[in-house]
Design a protein around this ligand. Structure first.
Ligand SMILES: C[S@@+](CC[C@H](N)C(=O)[O-])C[C@H]1O[C@@H](n2cnc3c(N)ncnc32)[C@H](O)[C@@H]1O
Length: 307
Protein backbone atom coordinates (compact mmCIF):
# COMPACT_ATOMS: atom_id res chain seq x y z
CA UNK A 1 0.00 0.00 0.00
CA UNK A 2 1.42 3.40 -0.97
CA UNK A 3 0.22 5.56 1.88
CA UNK A 4 1.96 8.50 3.56
CA UNK A 5 1.52 7.28 7.13
CA UNK A 6 3.23 4.03 6.19
CA UNK A 7 6.73 5.56 6.37
CA UNK A 8 6.97 5.48 10.17
CA UNK A 9 4.53 2.69 10.87
CA UNK A 10 5.67 0.24 13.55
CA UNK A 11 2.54 -1.91 13.46
CA UNK A 12 2.56 -5.28 11.72
CA UNK A 13 -0.50 -5.86 9.56
CA UNK A 14 -1.95 -9.15 8.38
CA UNK A 15 -5.10 -11.14 7.86
CA UNK A 16 -7.64 -11.36 10.67
CA UNK A 17 -8.58 -14.50 12.56
CA UNK A 18 -5.12 -15.44 13.86
CA UNK A 19 -4.66 -15.60 17.63
CA UNK A 20 -5.83 -13.58 20.60
CA UNK A 21 -6.47 -9.85 20.42
CA UNK A 22 -5.79 -7.28 23.14
CA UNK A 23 -2.74 -6.99 25.40
CA UNK A 24 -0.59 -10.09 26.01
CA UNK A 25 -1.16 -11.64 29.49
CA UNK A 26 1.78 -9.94 31.26
CA UNK A 27 0.94 -6.57 29.71
CA UNK A 28 -2.71 -7.01 30.73
CA UNK A 29 -1.65 -7.76 34.32
CA UNK A 30 0.73 -4.76 34.33
CA UNK A 31 -2.05 -2.46 33.13
CA UNK A 32 -4.38 -3.77 35.83
CA UNK A 33 -1.67 -2.97 38.40
CA UNK A 34 -1.47 0.54 36.94
CA UNK A 35 -5.27 0.86 37.15
CA UNK A 36 -5.03 -0.11 40.82
CA UNK A 37 -2.39 2.60 41.42
CA UNK A 38 -4.61 5.11 39.59
CA UNK A 39 -7.60 4.41 41.88
CA UNK A 40 -5.42 4.44 45.01
CA UNK A 41 -3.82 7.77 43.99
CA UNK A 42 -7.27 9.24 43.27
CA UNK A 43 -8.71 8.14 46.63
CA UNK A 44 -5.56 9.43 48.37
CA UNK A 45 -6.03 12.85 46.77
CA UNK A 46 -9.62 12.89 48.09
CA UNK A 47 -8.38 12.26 51.62
CA UNK A 48 -9.16 8.54 51.85
CA UNK A 49 -5.52 7.45 52.12
CA UNK A 50 -5.82 6.28 55.74
CA UNK A 51 -8.85 4.17 54.92
CA UNK A 52 -7.15 2.74 51.82
CA UNK A 53 -4.05 1.90 53.87
CA UNK A 54 -6.29 0.14 56.42
CA UNK A 55 -7.70 -2.04 53.61
CA UNK A 56 -4.17 -3.05 52.54
CA UNK A 57 -2.90 -3.53 48.99
CA UNK A 58 -5.32 -4.87 46.41
CA UNK A 59 -4.66 -8.40 45.15
CA UNK A 60 -4.53 -7.77 41.41
CA UNK A 61 -4.34 -11.49 40.53
CA UNK A 62 -7.58 -12.02 42.50
CA UNK A 63 -9.15 -9.07 40.68
CA UNK A 64 -8.21 -10.64 37.35
CA UNK A 65 -9.92 -13.85 38.49
CA UNK A 66 -13.02 -11.95 39.62
CA UNK A 67 -13.28 -10.34 36.15
CA UNK A 68 -12.94 -13.78 34.51
CA UNK A 69 -15.63 -15.21 36.81
CA UNK A 70 -17.94 -12.30 35.97
CA UNK A 71 -17.32 -13.01 32.28
CA UNK A 72 -18.16 -16.69 32.77
CA UNK A 73 -21.40 -15.70 34.54
CA UNK A 74 -22.17 -13.49 31.49
CA UNK A 75 -22.59 -10.44 33.73
CA UNK A 76 -21.23 -7.97 31.17
CA UNK A 77 -24.05 -7.25 28.80
CA UNK A 78 -25.73 -4.24 27.19
CA UNK A 79 -27.31 -2.21 30.01
CA UNK A 80 -24.80 -3.38 32.62
CA UNK A 81 -21.45 -1.91 33.69
CA UNK A 82 -18.58 -2.40 31.23
CA UNK A 83 -15.40 -4.18 32.42
CA UNK A 84 -13.51 -0.90 32.98
CA UNK A 85 -16.20 0.45 35.33
CA UNK A 86 -16.48 -2.96 37.01
CA UNK A 87 -12.73 -2.72 37.73
CA UNK A 88 -13.01 0.81 39.13
CA UNK A 89 -15.96 -0.23 41.34
CA UNK A 90 -14.15 -3.34 42.58
CA UNK A 91 -11.08 -1.29 43.57
CA UNK A 92 -13.14 1.47 45.21
CA UNK A 93 -15.04 -1.17 47.19
CA UNK A 94 -11.72 -2.73 48.21
CA UNK A 95 -10.16 0.54 49.42
CA UNK A 96 -13.28 1.97 51.12
CA UNK A 97 -14.06 -1.54 52.48
CA UNK A 98 -17.68 -0.90 53.62
CA UNK A 99 -19.42 -3.66 55.60
CA UNK A 100 -22.71 -2.92 53.86
CA UNK A 101 -23.15 -2.35 50.12
CA UNK A 102 -26.47 -1.07 48.79
CA UNK A 103 -27.38 -0.96 45.13
CA UNK A 104 -30.41 0.40 43.34
CA UNK A 105 -30.77 -1.01 39.81
CA UNK A 106 -28.73 -4.24 40.04
CA UNK A 107 -29.91 -5.74 36.69
CA UNK A 108 -27.59 -8.75 35.95
CA UNK A 109 -25.68 -8.15 39.19
CA UNK A 110 -22.36 -7.13 37.60
CA UNK A 111 -21.80 -4.16 39.90
CA UNK A 112 -22.84 -6.26 42.93
CA UNK A 113 -20.23 -8.82 41.83
CA UNK A 114 -17.60 -6.01 41.77
CA UNK A 115 -18.47 -5.22 45.42
CA UNK A 116 -17.46 -8.81 46.33
CA UNK A 117 -13.83 -7.74 45.81
CA UNK A 118 -14.05 -6.15 49.27
CA UNK A 119 -12.99 -8.76 51.86
CA UNK A 120 -14.62 -6.84 54.71
CA UNK A 121 -18.06 -6.93 53.07
CA UNK A 122 -20.76 -8.54 55.23
CA UNK A 123 -24.01 -7.83 53.42
CA UNK A 124 -25.54 -6.55 50.18
CA UNK A 125 -29.00 -5.02 49.78
CA UNK A 126 -30.15 -4.70 46.17
CA UNK A 127 -33.23 -2.94 44.80
CA UNK A 128 -34.71 -3.61 41.38
CA UNK A 129 -38.33 -3.88 40.22
CA UNK A 130 -37.20 -6.47 37.63
CA UNK A 131 -35.30 -9.22 39.46
CA UNK A 132 -35.36 -11.71 36.57
CA UNK A 133 -32.17 -10.39 34.90
CA UNK A 134 -30.00 -11.30 37.91
CA UNK A 135 -27.36 -13.84 36.87
CA UNK A 136 -25.30 -14.54 40.00
CA UNK A 137 -26.04 -18.00 41.35
CA UNK A 138 -26.12 -18.62 45.13
CA UNK A 139 -22.70 -20.34 45.20
CA UNK A 140 -21.11 -17.34 43.50
CA UNK A 141 -22.45 -14.86 46.07
CA UNK A 142 -19.59 -13.97 48.44
CA UNK A 143 -21.98 -12.67 51.14
CA UNK A 144 -25.73 -12.59 51.76
CA UNK A 145 -27.49 -10.65 49.01
CA UNK A 146 -30.87 -9.35 50.12
CA UNK A 147 -32.66 -8.55 46.85
CA UNK A 148 -35.79 -6.45 47.13
CA UNK A 149 -38.44 -5.67 44.55
CA UNK A 150 -39.29 -2.41 46.31
CA UNK A 151 -37.93 1.09 45.75
CA UNK A 152 -34.91 2.40 47.67
CA UNK A 153 -37.28 5.07 49.10
CA UNK A 154 -38.75 2.30 51.31
CA UNK A 155 -35.34 1.28 52.74
CA UNK A 156 -35.46 1.44 56.55
CA UNK A 157 -32.11 3.25 56.89
CA UNK A 158 -28.59 2.34 57.96
CA UNK A 159 -27.96 -0.04 60.85
CA UNK A 160 -24.16 0.38 60.59
CA UNK A 161 -22.00 3.53 61.01
CA UNK A 162 -22.17 5.75 57.91
CA UNK A 163 -18.49 5.09 57.00
CA UNK A 164 -19.27 1.37 56.89
CA UNK A 165 -21.78 1.70 54.05
CA UNK A 166 -21.53 2.46 50.36
CA UNK A 167 -24.48 2.89 48.00
CA UNK A 168 -24.45 2.67 44.22
CA UNK A 169 -27.25 4.05 42.06
CA UNK A 170 -27.55 2.73 38.54
CA UNK A 171 -31.34 2.89 38.39
CA UNK A 172 -31.54 5.96 36.12
CA UNK A 173 -33.97 7.56 38.57
CA UNK A 174 -34.08 11.27 39.55
CA UNK A 175 -30.64 11.90 41.13
CA UNK A 176 -31.90 14.74 43.35
CA UNK A 177 -34.52 12.45 44.90
CA UNK A 178 -31.89 9.73 45.42
CA UNK A 179 -29.54 12.20 47.14
CA UNK A 180 -32.27 13.41 49.51
CA UNK A 181 -33.28 9.81 50.29
CA UNK A 182 -29.62 8.79 50.83
CA UNK A 183 -29.06 11.70 53.23
CA UNK A 184 -32.27 10.88 55.10
CA UNK A 185 -31.22 7.23 55.49
CA UNK A 186 -27.86 8.24 56.93
CA UNK A 187 -25.54 7.52 53.99
CA UNK A 188 -22.29 9.44 53.50
CA UNK A 189 -20.76 7.75 50.45
CA UNK A 190 -22.78 7.20 47.28
CA UNK A 191 -21.83 6.48 43.68
CA UNK A 192 -23.98 7.48 40.72
CA UNK A 193 -23.73 6.08 37.24
CA UNK A 194 -25.36 7.76 34.23
CA UNK A 195 -26.05 11.07 35.97
CA UNK A 196 -24.65 13.20 33.17
CA UNK A 197 -24.29 16.70 31.74
CA UNK A 198 -26.05 18.03 28.64
CA UNK A 199 -24.85 15.51 26.04
CA UNK A 200 -24.97 12.42 28.25
CA UNK A 201 -28.50 13.36 29.32
CA UNK A 202 -29.61 13.89 25.72
CA UNK A 203 -28.25 10.44 24.76
CA UNK A 204 -30.58 8.68 27.17
CA UNK A 205 -34.20 7.58 27.31
CA UNK A 206 -33.84 7.28 31.12
CA UNK A 207 -31.50 10.15 32.04
CA UNK A 208 -31.68 10.35 35.91
CA UNK A 209 -32.87 13.97 35.67
CA UNK A 210 -32.16 16.23 37.45
CA UNK A 211 -28.63 14.88 37.25
CA UNK A 212 -25.62 15.76 39.39
CA UNK A 213 -24.49 18.22 36.73
CA UNK A 214 -27.72 20.25 36.90
CA UNK A 215 -28.06 19.90 40.68
CA UNK A 216 -24.58 21.43 41.16
CA UNK A 217 -25.37 24.27 38.72
CA UNK A 218 -28.99 24.98 39.63
CA UNK A 219 -28.17 28.56 40.67
CA UNK A 220 -27.11 29.37 37.11
CA UNK A 221 -30.36 28.05 35.57
CA UNK A 222 -33.28 30.44 35.22
CA UNK A 223 -36.78 29.24 35.99
CA UNK A 224 -38.62 28.08 32.87
CA UNK A 225 -35.50 27.01 30.92
CA UNK A 226 -35.79 23.68 29.09
CA UNK A 227 -33.70 20.83 27.79
CA UNK A 228 -35.25 18.87 24.90
CA UNK A 229 -33.96 15.92 22.94
CA UNK A 230 -34.90 12.93 20.81
CA UNK A 231 -33.98 9.37 21.60
CA UNK A 232 -33.56 6.93 18.71
CA UNK A 233 -33.15 3.34 19.88
CA UNK A 234 -30.13 1.54 18.42
CA UNK A 235 -31.23 -0.51 15.43
CA UNK A 236 -31.38 -4.09 16.49
CA UNK A 237 -32.45 -6.94 14.27
CA UNK A 238 -33.54 -9.32 17.03
CA UNK A 239 -37.05 -10.78 16.77
CA UNK A 240 -37.94 -9.19 20.15
CA UNK A 241 -36.91 -5.74 18.97
CA UNK A 242 -38.66 -6.10 15.61
CA UNK A 243 -41.80 -7.30 17.43
CA UNK A 244 -41.72 -4.29 19.76
CA UNK A 245 -41.41 -1.96 16.77
CA UNK A 246 -44.35 -3.59 15.02
CA UNK A 247 -46.44 -3.24 18.19
CA UNK A 248 -45.40 0.41 18.43
CA UNK A 249 -43.68 -0.14 21.81
CA UNK A 250 -40.31 1.17 20.69
CA UNK A 251 -39.09 3.76 18.27
CA UNK A 252 -37.93 7.36 18.52
CA UNK A 253 -39.16 9.38 21.51
CA UNK A 254 -39.08 13.12 22.12
CA UNK A 255 -38.13 14.08 25.67
CA UNK A 256 -38.20 17.38 27.48
CA UNK A 257 -37.21 18.54 30.95
CA UNK A 258 -38.40 21.88 32.25
CA UNK A 259 -36.56 23.65 35.03
CA UNK A 260 -39.66 24.93 36.75
CA UNK A 261 -39.60 26.24 40.34
CA UNK A 262 -40.37 22.76 41.75
CA UNK A 263 -37.47 21.16 39.92
CA UNK A 264 -35.06 23.96 40.87
CA UNK A 265 -36.14 23.72 44.51
CA UNK A 266 -35.50 19.95 44.42
CA UNK A 267 -32.01 20.64 42.98
CA UNK A 268 -31.35 23.22 45.69
CA UNK A 269 -32.36 20.84 48.49
CA UNK A 270 -30.22 18.03 47.04
CA UNK A 271 -27.24 20.35 46.52
CA UNK A 272 -27.46 21.35 50.20
CA UNK A 273 -26.82 17.71 51.16
CA UNK A 274 -23.65 17.38 49.05
CA UNK A 275 -20.16 17.91 50.48
CA UNK A 276 -18.30 17.00 47.25
CA UNK A 277 -18.71 15.34 43.84
CA UNK A 278 -15.74 13.56 42.26
CA UNK A 279 -15.62 11.96 38.84
CA UNK A 280 -14.33 8.40 39.10
CA UNK A 281 -11.16 7.83 37.01
CA UNK A 282 -11.82 6.49 33.55
CA UNK A 283 -9.99 3.16 33.31
CA UNK A 284 -10.54 2.69 29.58
CA UNK A 285 -6.85 3.44 28.91
CA UNK A 286 -5.93 0.48 31.13
CA UNK A 287 -8.62 -2.15 30.55
CA UNK A 288 -9.07 -3.73 27.12
CA UNK A 289 -12.77 -3.76 26.30
CA UNK A 290 -13.90 -3.35 22.71
CA UNK A 291 -17.52 -4.16 23.66
CA UNK A 292 -17.97 -0.63 25.04
CA UNK A 293 -18.98 1.92 22.43
CA UNK A 294 -17.41 4.86 24.33
CA UNK A 295 -14.22 5.56 26.28
CA UNK A 296 -15.83 7.95 28.74
CA UNK A 297 -16.96 6.95 32.19
CA UNK A 298 -20.15 8.43 33.64
CA UNK A 299 -19.52 7.37 37.24
CA UNK A 300 -19.35 9.92 40.06
CA UNK A 301 -18.47 9.47 43.70
CA UNK A 302 -20.53 11.76 45.94
CA UNK A 303 -19.67 12.56 49.54
CA UNK A 304 -22.73 13.73 51.47
CA UNK A 305 -22.66 16.10 54.42
CA UNK A 306 -22.80 14.50 57.83
CA UNK A 307 -26.17 15.22 59.46
C1 LIG B 1 -28.62 0.17 33.70
S1 LIG B 1 -29.42 -1.11 34.53
C2 LIG B 1 -28.35 -1.42 35.88
C3 LIG B 1 -27.07 -2.14 35.54
C4 LIG B 1 -26.41 -2.84 36.73
N1 LIG B 1 -26.00 -1.93 37.76
C5 LIG B 1 -25.25 -3.69 36.26
O1 LIG B 1 -24.13 -3.27 36.44
O2 LIG B 1 -25.48 -4.74 35.68
C6 LIG B 1 -30.80 -0.28 35.25
C7 LIG B 1 -31.64 -1.14 36.16
O3 LIG B 1 -32.45 -0.26 36.94
C8 LIG B 1 -33.65 -0.93 37.23
N2 LIG B 1 -34.66 0.02 37.74
C9 LIG B 1 -35.61 0.72 37.10
N3 LIG B 1 -36.33 1.45 37.98
C10 LIG B 1 -35.80 1.22 39.21
C11 LIG B 1 -36.08 1.66 40.52
N4 LIG B 1 -37.08 2.51 40.80
N5 LIG B 1 -35.34 1.19 41.54
C12 LIG B 1 -34.33 0.33 41.30
N6 LIG B 1 -34.01 -0.12 40.08
C13 LIG B 1 -34.72 0.32 39.05
C14 LIG B 1 -33.99 -1.62 35.93
O4 LIG B 1 -34.91 -2.69 36.14
C15 LIG B 1 -32.60 -2.10 35.49
O5 LIG B 1 -32.36 -3.41 35.95
Amino acid sequence: MDFGFFTHDVVRRGKIGHGQIGPSPALRRGLLEEADREIRRWLGALGFDARAAEAGPADVAALEQLIERAQRLRLFTIGGVPVRNFTALALINHYLHPRLYIESGYFTGSSIFAAFFNKRLERVIGFDPVPSNYRIDRESEAVRVDRRQTDFATYEGLDVPAEDALAYFDDHINTAARILQSAEKGLLHVIFDDSCGVNGTCQRLWPSMPTLFFIRRHKEIAEGERLSWEHHPASNLSLRSLGKRLLGRSGPTRLECRFDDKMLELCREADECIAAVHKIPDLSDFIFDLASPTVETTQHFVVLKRR
